[in-house]
Write a protein that binds this ligand. Structure first.
Ligand SMILES: C[S@@+](CC[C@H](N)C(=O)[O-])C[C@H]1O[C@@H](n2cnc3c(N)ncnc32)[C@H](O)[C@@H]1O
Length: 328
């Protein structure tokens, strides 16, 4: 049988050679009325929250691989047709592969599970987007998981997941994290409700300015019960590269990639955070044999002391160095 236009575009995934659940499902769903527009599709990336749909597509593609490193059964459902179109256009223009997102997902999963084993009673997922970890990770029912993101995507996620059952308590809070007053109020409220919280910043910091990242780091560290912070970080050199490829399209859509540092994880030390672990995504991907040959070379570059001149992306786990609350 001849493949549809969408199947031809999205139906296979690089070396994995697997079909993407979303695209095939959506292909039949969009059907006759939508196909003519797909020859010249408008970029459906209109708000920073749309980047969350793109990331969800990558998680759905990983889920569909026979050698998948995680299974996110809800990713395809919540990415939507917009997510598929965004992912396709981002790939065509920037050639961004899926492995960085796959690696950050599994390292963050590990940090979260370690935190939970260490007694974390609240996880605060900053800029949660379409992350569905409370539904796929083995989390204790007593844990409170708090998603924070803009109002539009928060409302949409509530609606899309209303019939799904999470493994722990889930709350979703709409807040602009760049609004200092709003975030301090939220952090104080969540801090008072938790004994030991773990914060996630996955796919967020790169969209903020250095000043905003500094403010966010200080505000988080100021809350005594915010014990751990796991975040995704890119080096200044990688940021320059990203802005020649995928970042160009994002910048044109009004959401520039802005933050990368040649200090690596040390950037956060004067802001109240002690590094526990920094895991390079290149090295993780090499470990799982997900890199092409030239990328393998980056994986084994020595990291050394800052300033870092080389491209680096990683997930870093920090511990709060500020005095702990007497309750902890
Ligand atoms: C690339 S997505 C990452 C989503 C999710 N963390 C993941 O990894 O799948 C970026 C997310 O950051 C959110 N975001 C960006 N700036 C924000 C802000 N100032 N306040 C709240 N959310 C923000 C967007 O709405 C979007 O959901």
């Amino acid at each position: 049988m001849q493949k549809s236009h969408l199947e031809q575009q999205f139906g296979s995934e690089g070396t994995g050679g697997t079909s993407c659940g979303i695209s095939l499902q959506r292909a039949s769903h969009v059907g006759r009325w939508a196909l003519p527009h797909l020859d010249f599709p408008p970029m459906p990336l209109t708000h920073i929250s749309d980047t969350a749909r793109w990331i969800a597509v990558m998680r759905a593609r990983e889920t569909a691989r026979p050698d998948a490193l995680f299974k996110d059964a809800l990713a395809s459902k919540i990415a939507g047709i917009n997510g598929v179109e965004i992912a396709h256009q981002m790939r065509a223009r920037g050639r961004m592969p899926d492995w960085p997102i796959v690696m950050r997902t599994i390292v963050l999963d590990e940090h979260i599970l370690r935190g939970v084993a260490d007694g974390v009673d609240m996880v605060i997922d900053l800029a949660a987007g379409m992350d569905t970890r409370p539904y796929r990770l083995a989390l204790p029912p007593s844990l409170t998981w708090v998603d924070v993101d803009f109002p539009g995507i928060t409302a949409e996620k509530n609606e899309l997941l209303k019939n799904e059952t999470p493994n722990c308590k889930v709350e979703r809070i709409a807040t602009d994290l760049a609004d200092e007053g709003a975030r301090r109020k939220l952090f104080a409220e969540l801090g008072a409700r938790s004994k030991k919280a773990l914060i996630i910043a996955e796919g967020l910091l790169v969209y903020l300015t250095a000043e905003q990242v500094t403010g966010l780091a200080r505000d988080l560290a100021a809350v005594p019960t915010f014990t751990y912070w796991t975040l995704e970080l890119v080096s200044a050199s990688l940021l320059v590269r990203l802005n020649k490829t995928v970042g160009k399209r994002l910048a044109a859509a009004g959401m520039p990639m802005q933050f990368g540092t040649d200090q690596g994880p040390h950037f956060f030390e004067p802001l109240g955070w002690r590094l526990l672990e920094a895991r390079s995504m290149f090295r993780e991907a090499a470990k799982y044999k997900r890199l092409t040959f030239p990328m393998n070379l980056f994986a084994y570059l020595p990291e050394g002391k800052p300033p870092w001149k080389h491209p680096w992306a990683g997930v870093c786990l920090f511990e709060n160095t500020q005095p702990r609350s007497p309750r902890s």
